[in-house]
Write a protein that binds this ligand. Structure first.
Ligand code: HEC
Ligand code: HEC
Length: 404
């Protein structure tokens, strides 16, 4: 299968960039920062996961969970946290002063490497329990991940530590998702399911660390970051141990300057969405997508602030996806079982982009059909509709997803 290097092709591909050479230069420098391998003399660590953005988002694509044999995966991270310990702390969550409480010794994420020769925080493995599910005319085996975290580098983990295993998202079309007006997304929210359709949709509420304002969360599997810039600064801090003006340490100068962060943000905002796979039966699949109720969450189109119609197939809201997809982690207003509807554009191209065709927040699904069959909670009705389809209809639905 041909690899489609989004990262490499970008500059030539974008007409906007041709029109604005200074911006094109900034994006090109952002591409280099995205691919840059950081060293300890530049601030990497002392605790970190990997040395570059591109090591987890290869070609701008998504990550992978550890293989069934239990190997390490660098492009999956484990979020760590604890429940609020007092009413004051709970109040901080409610007023969105912060979106999660770090594990006191280990912080917000398990970092698996160090730069100074000290013992790393720890490691993790995932094993899979297999289970069979019945379809109208077939059975499919699903793998249910069981996470085991070994953290000894900083002493024992707090009993009841919250954990969330997540693969790296693909970075397709982020600037377009960011340009959907916040009020349009909030207009689709129906937290208490007033219209009684079984689908709620809840905006995550996250503090913008620069303005101090509470904003709509858009990025990450639980919509835990309000902007591409803040997401990127958090990545520097959590994944690589590099400070920025958004997430400084003490009174020291940030290791990553605002200029470098701006270039990286320009680059990640303008990564394109790969064009879908051409397919036959796509129209029939589209009808089935709507009939099954997928569009209730995977909203086909939006209009960006400048009036462009885009088709990301997401409402960017949180939904209750049932116990089976639940982690044990609170992030802003997102509870264990709540996840942001991921965009489906380019979904059929993930494997072509970097070989990783793993779906859902922890990459448990090895095919698009498996991803659908894991939908529970508010997504259960749509899932059951797919399980009841004939093999031919399911193929049509998948062909449609691949065409997005
Ligand atoms: C160790 C692996 C790792 C590294 C290194 C890494 N990321 Fe990520 N990235 C992730 C994971 C995991 C997520 C999902 C996080 C979540 O759900 O909160 C993610 C999510 C994102 C998102 C959100 C995308 C979306 O669709 O919501 C952006 C943007 C992003 N990363 C950019 C970056 C940039 C820029 C860098 C380098 C500064 C970087 N990442 C480094 C693993 C990584
Ligand atoms: C109630 C809202 C809801 C409905 C209805 C719904 N989904 Fe989803 N979908 C989600 C959420 C939330 C996730 C992410 C869950 C996770 O990562 O644990 C998801 C994940 C997916 C994924 C994997 C995406 C990725 O990036 O890994 C695919 C594919 C998908 N849905 C397709 C469908 C199809 C097809 C239907 C209709 C049969 C459907 N969904 C119905 C909310 C919904």
């Amino acid at each position: 299968m041909a690899i489609r290097p989004l990262v490499g092709r970008l500059v030539a591909a974008s007409l906007v960039l041709l029109a604005a050479p200074a911006f094109a230069d900034q994006v090109e420098s952002g591409r280099q920062i995205f691919q840059k391998v950081w060293g300890p003399d530049e601030g990497l660590g002392p605790h970190f996961n990997t040395r570059s953005c591109v090591s987890c988002h290869l070609n701008g694509g998504r990550g992978a969970p550890p293989s069934e044999a239990g190997a390490i995966s660098d492009s999956m991270t484990i979020k760590l946290g604890v429940l609020p310990a007092s009413e004051t702390e709970a109040g901080k969550l409610l007023t969105r002063v912060i979106s999660s409480f770090p594990e006191p010794a280990y912080g917000h994420q398990l970092q698996t490497r160090t730069t100074d020769g000290s013992a790393p925080e720890g490691s993790f493995t995932i094993t899979y329990r297999m289970r069979q599910v019945r379809l109208s005319d077939d059975t499919v085996s699903l793998r249910e991940p069981v996470l085991s975290v070994t953290a000894t580098g900083r002493g024992p983990l707090t009993p009841g530590t919250l954990t969330s295993p997540r693969i790296a998202n693909s970075l397709f079309g982020l600037g377009l998702l960011e340009a959907i007006p916040e009020e349009d997304i909030r207009a689709k929210a129906d937290v208490d399911d007033q219209d009684g359709d079984g689908i709620s949709g809840k905006p995550n509420q996250i503090r913008d660390v620069v303005s101090g304002k509470v904003m709509l969360g858009r990025f990450g599997w639980k919509a835990g970051q309000p902007s591409v810039r803040q997401q990127n600064a958090a990545a520097f801090s959590l994944d690589m141990g590099l400070t920025t003006s958004l997430f400084p340490k003490g009174g020291t100068r940030p290791e990553v300057s605002d200029e470098v962060l701006a270039a990286l943000t320009a680059f990640t905002r303008t990564l394109p969405v790969p064009s879908g796979q051409p397919g036959t039966n796509v129209d029939a699949g589209k009808q089935l997508f709507h009939q099954a109720g997928c569009a209730a969450c995977h909203t086909p189109t939006h209009r960006t602030k400048d009036g462009t119609t885009i088709a990301p197939y997401t409402d960017l809201l949180l939904h209750d996806m049932g116990d089976e997809l639940a982690d044990r982690f609170l992030e802003g207003d997102a509870d264990y079982w709540e996840w942001r509807t991921p965009p489906l554009w380019g979904i059929g191209r993930n494997k072509d982009v970097n070989g990783n065709g793993f779906y859902l927040h922890d990459g448990r699904a090895r095919t698009l059909l498996e991803a659908i069959l894991w939908h529970g909670g508010e997504g259960k009705k749509a899932r059951d509709a797919v399980a009841a389809m004939s093999a031919k209809e399911r193929d049509q639905l998948i062909a449609f997803l691949n065409s997005l």
